[in-house]
Design a protein around this ligand. Structure first.
Ligand SMILES: CC(C)(COP(=O)(O)OP(=O)(O)OC[C@H]1O[C@@H](n2cnc3c(N)ncnc32)[C@H](O)[C@@H]1OP(=O)(O)O)[C@@H](O)C(=O)NCCC(=O)NCCS
Length: 181
């Protein structure tokens, strides 16, 4: 199968919605963590980074999508910039063919070029460890001050990109509107 990974264009928006709905829709979904609405809100906001909104295209259609948005890691008296990887989705028929991996890798490459020093993801350990992500708890980084999240991972994009950094992750505000996350 031939596919390419590229920056999203406005013509892709409806197709991206389709990919996200196919991956994340379930009954009762609209109330909590609705990924396709979240992406649309981010696009319309100051938190949208066009270079970090990527699609995979195959057979003339969008079959995968990834978005990265700015976030903070907040300590008691500190605040560090980081980048959230969310969401990532690939159409079922196109999964397990390397498309997800390609989207993550291009995102990482671009994030480095844009000067980000670290990246955070809530996800499956088996999947994200392949890219070098490590348990956030190692740095005392977490979704709460317990720092015992099993599924929160961080990646240093430069050497020692997280040196001396710990705290609670704070996604951009749009993740929290309507009880997202
Ligand atoms: C997760 C997802 C994006 C992976 O996309 P994909 O194109 O199938 O992934 P790839 O083909 O690049 O897989 C890369 C590797 O991860 C493995 N993998 C794929 N899906 C996996 C999963 N859900 N859990 C663990 N490992 C997985 C693959 O076997 C492959 O292993 P390999 O490198 O040893 O060959 C896709 O399954 C998906 O859209 N799922 C539904 C939405 C979702 O859960 N998104 C992630 C939210 S954090």
């Amino acid at each position: 199968m031939n596919y390419l990974v590229r920056q999203e264009k406005s013509e892709d928006y409806d197709k991206v919605r389709g990919v996200l709905q196919s991956a994340f829709f379930r009954d009762g979904k609209d109330a909590v963590f609705n990924e396709w609405i979240l992406v649309e809100k981010i696009r319309d906001s100051e938190y949208y980074i066009p270079e970090l909104s990527l699609v995979a295209e195959a057979d003339g259609q969008v079959v995968g999508y990834i978005l990265f948005s700015p976030m903070k890691i907040r300590g008691a008296n500190t605040s560090f910039d980081s980048l959230a990887l969310a969401p990532l989705a690939v159409y079922k028929d196109y999964q397990k063919q390397g498309i997800g991996k390609h989207l993550v890798r291009l995102g990482i490459e671009r994030a480095k070029k844009l000067g980000f020093k670290s990246m955070v993801v809530l996800g499956h350990p088996d999947y994200y460890s392949k890219f070098g992500f490590k348990r956030a708890s190692k740095w005392r980084i977490g979704t709460t001050e317990d720092f015992n999240d099993e599924c929160l991972f961080v990646l240093e994009l430069v050497k020692d990109g997280l040196r001396g950094i710990s705290g609670v992750v704070q996604y951009c505000p749009l993740f929290y509107n309507g009880e997202l996350i």
